[in-house]
Design a protein around this ligand. Sequence first.
Ligand code: ZN
Length: 233
Amino acid sequence: MRQKGTLSVIPPVNGKLSIDEIGDEHIGTSYDTPLRPDAFEKDDELKIELIEKHFTEIMQILGLDLTDDSLKGTPHRVAKMFVKEIFSGLNPDNKPKIKLFENKYKYNEMLVEKDITFYSNCEHHFVPIIGRAHVAYISNGHVIGLSKINRIVQYYAKRPQVQERLTVQIAQELKEVLNTEDIAVVIDAKHLCVSSRGVNDTNSSTVTAQYMGKFQLEACKNEFLKYLGNLNG
Ligand SMILES: [Zn+2]
């Protein structure tokens, strides 16, 4: 069973939904990651120190014995992993620097980079989203190194996310970098908050798509989808 994601703009949460409903229905509020104005006033080292302290408390409240050799390093490991790895894409300093190349071959057809594996985290539950991104563009005179498409996907994945926002953020970034409207992004992902808890549905995956410019034309979109084949591989 596949859930078909849509990209309609979700209205701001009006307070009528409970926090469990917002999480289990995966309601997002905006395409920009909601960040505080002071998000980067603390440096990484201070953030790690503070998160370590708070995670120690969470573990203690759960009743875990932090004098145990196996557990005592966990608050530091978690804090470092949050800041330096799985949420490092929050910090604009970590955004990949993109260098474009001239389209010397005059290749004017679509370029498809498919099956880009990524690991993200659901912003409602802080558990993994595991998926594959498929990206296409048509050159507007410049081309991008293929590994850079991968890096853009990884950068936006390394944030607390909702899948619709991840899809749009990747498409918008490519549009800006490549200076073209002709961009397509399809994401097929599994949400561990759906499979390992809640409804415990281990089979479903969620597909979201953003088609811009020429990719909104049926022929172009169909060509792209043909290259992707069966999304389940
Ligand atoms: Zn979730």
